[in-house]
Design a protein around this ligand. Structure first.
Ligand code: F6R
Length: 364
């Protein structure tokens, strides 16, 4: 059943290139994105002046990446909401708001309630869902299905990956329709997204290196993930993944925020997983890493392709296959998944079924 893998999680990590292929390819016609079979009309974003992305846990973290990409490409303000907060906070909603709910199962109780509330308030609704015919899919105006196939491990991996690809495709297509990017740029981005599938496969091949590096996390109690730009929401995802299956306490921090509080927790040998995939803020990130190094942190550095790195900057350096920076979340996510996976394995824990957690949270 596990296809020769010791755990479903590892199997599902390895299935990511296929999941991406199955999610992207049916939407590409003659080198251009086509959502006709999804029943998603070209005018979905017409009259929309605000987008709210809603989800829980990992799905919400995909939404945080979505905010950066949507605002960058579509130039529409986007907020990301935790479903269980949104629904009780008396949100301001109207017919010019597009609400995008993201859910693997399509049954998460809080996300479903947030969707219903948005519909009652007259918002347009679009959902990104993996399970066909699920409640969230049935009740949304538009559904963009991800094609990850069944995800068994409690820790979400391939579902997150295809949620990202869906967000990117939606951003590319509607940015082109809105005229905020050209047709040529849209085609170019789509091609790069397709090329990312191979880059994800190449990143999975780093698993022996990551298995070895993860040994140094076996007996730690706290650690930090830091990043800037797209690397910050990605840090949030790295942190939740590690927490849920390795039971190590971790926090994700926007690297520039460290000195506003958390730096006091960084002392000798505290592990810091530093994501530095974004060229635009690379030198800022390096300064932040120097700050934690000066306090004795044990740094695991992740860069997009080979980058110049001083000898004493990090204990370990993981080099992602080079992609354009905006696609680095796909490859970096694989590394974070593998770190969580191997740390859990080294600690002898139940990787696929961590304590206290359920795959589908259908009650509040
Ligand atoms: C973490 C994880 C959870 C889910 C969350 C939402 O690895 O799997 O955080 O992402 O419970 O579930 P769905 O996507 O089914 O709404």
């Amino acid at each position: 059943k596990k296809g020769g893998y010791p755990h479903y999680m590892l199997k599902e990590i390895h299935e990511q290139p296929d999941a991406l292929h199955n999610t992207i390819t049916p939407r590409v016609k003659n080198g251009m994105l086509d959502f006709k079979e999804d029943g998603i009309a070209d005018d979905v974003f017409t009259d929309i002046n605000r987008v709210i992305i809603i989800g829980c846990g990992t799905a919400m973290h995909a939404g945080l990446i979505g905010k950066v990409m949507f605002e960058k490409l579509l130039r529409i303000p986007v907020t990301v909401e935790i479903a269980s907060e949104f629904r009780y906070n008396d949100p301001i909603l109207d017919k010019n708001t597009l609400v995008i709910t993201i859910s693997q199962s399509g049954e998460t109780a809080d996300t479903l309630a947030a969707l219903r509330l948005s519909k009652e308030a007259g918002c347009k609704t679009l959902s990104i869902v993996n399970v066909k015919g699920s409640s969230i899919a049935r009740e949304s105006d538009y559904v963009f299905y991800t094609h990850a196939g069944p995800e068994i491990a409690v820790a979400s991996t391939k579902a997150y990956m295809v949620q990202l690809s869906s967000i990117y495709m939606i951003a590319f297509k509607f940015a082109m329709l809105r005229g905020t990017i050209s047709k040529e740029t849209c085609e170019d981005y789509l091609k790069q997204l397709q090329d990312t599938i191979n880059a994800v496969a190449t990143t999975i091949d780093l698993d022996k290196q990551i298995e070895k590096i993860s040994e140094c996390l076996t007996s730690v109690e706290d650690l930090f993930f830091i990043g800037r730009g797209l690397d910050y929401p990605l840090s949030c995802e790295g942190s939740i993944k590690l927490k849920e299956i390795s039971y190590i306490h971790s926090e994700a921090y926007a690297a520039g925020e460290l000195k506003h509080g958390t730096l006091s927790l960084v002392t000798d040998d505290v592990p810091v997983i530093a994501l530095a995939t974004q060229e635009k803020v690379y030198s800022k990130m390096i300064s932040n890493i120097r700050e934690v190094r000066a306090r004795g942190a044990m740094v695991i550095l992740i860069t997009n392709g080979e980058m110049p790195v001083d000898d004493d900057l990090c204990a370990h350096h993981i080099v992602l296959p080079k992609t354009d920076d905006q696609f680095a979340p796909f490859t970096a996510a694989v590394v974070l998944q593998l770190i969580a996976y191997y740390t859990s394995v080294h600690r002898g824990l139940n990787v696929d079924q961590p304590r206290n957690l359920a795959k589908s949270v259908t009650v509040e």
